[in-house]
Ligand binder design. Sequence first.
Ligand code: SAJ
Length: 426
Amino acid sequence: PDVCVVGLGYIGLPTAAVIARAGCKVRGLDVSQRVVDTINRGEIHIEEVDLDGLVQGVVARGLLSASTTVAPADVFVIAVPTPFDKDHAPDITYVLAAGETIAPVLKAGDVVILESTSPVGTTERLRDLIAARRPDLKVPGLTRETPDIAISYCPERVLPGRILEELTNNDRSIGGITPRCARKALAFYKRFVRGECVTTDARSAEMTKLVENAYRDVNIAFANELSIVSDRMGLNVWEVIRLANRHPRVNILSPGPGVGGHCIAVDPWFIVHSAPEETPLIRTARGVNDGKMHHVIQKADELVTAYPDARVACLGLAFKANIDDFRESPARFVAARLARKYGDRVHIVEPYAAELPMEFADTGAVQIDVDEALETCDILIVLVDHDVFRVVPLAERASKLVYDTRGIWPDQPQAARKAPEVLRLA
Ligand code: SAJ
């Protein structure tokens, strides 16, 4: 089939490329002319492992092209953003806009698939929009006869940094507006997904996606709460978690400086918004994870204040380990706060950033590499668990004052983990 992928971002572009690799002719649609031009040159505008080579290959073979204008296709895959507004209410404008875009070119036999993370009921709203724009087409769920088109919700669940691998190997939920819709979508995903594809209804699939990320958020909140409790009690939280996880049915996640990225800190709100009275746990978890960042800022601030002559290195800006994605990153936020307050005492180590983000401009903080930080800084604040930081041997950091928010250096001398008042510069 000819495929149209609407939205060529972090999910849409890799998805379009993988579908093209499977032999389908793919037209990618994006509102940005710059993005379209980049892709048509065989280049990419986002960073993801192995994506550059794949896109270059499928564009060169004529299987993938990008455009700002829609054309008829057999399968439409919508992968546009679904942000939330300031009251945490989900904003599905881009999904509905994608529906407006494709409605005029739909024809009998077409398959429409929504992949964007969406509040429950969005796929039905997309269906209703298509029905309103195209009264000539019989749409699923609104007709007793065989519908002309199939509409489904099939969420992605790929992990940034492993997108290409997870796109093909993860199991998928395939939620049809009707069972027939699900079967049509299933046949499509079978072309490029090796994982199991499990069919269900659209609303269940929508909820499943939200639940997956809320589950992770709640579990990270548990770890973050433990870290604050342990801090208060003078315990090493990493030791406590390591031991507790020896229990066959306990698997506590890792505390950190808060939860970043564009999914886990967002999606739980979609559930809370749909059922505000019934979601105290999910809402509280969000609060705990956001609160952890402020706790880290406060502790780091106390440490830096306690040693007015010390040079400080913040290790990492990314929202998680080993990626160059700085959006919604607690590490970046913590480092920027310190840079604004302490200026040129603060040094930023981020091997994945070519230059510092704009909020560091005029703060006096500069970017240095790991070696220089180890040679010249007295205080090390670990904000991201990049492998390059993890492998620094004890000998090179034993004399430092360390605030390790990720627990990457379990062998760091105990004194350096205690409250600033008991720390002494070596
Ligand atoms: N984090 C911790 N402690 C942990 C694990 C993560 O503090 O033990 C932090 C990370 O440092 C990061 C944030 O949580 O700041 C989120 O990182 P992540 O690796 O948990 O997740 P994402 O945002 O990269 O991707 C998630 C994944 N969802 C789940 O694992 C349930 C991915 O499968 C989804 O496809 C993606 O969200 C998405 O697009 O929804």
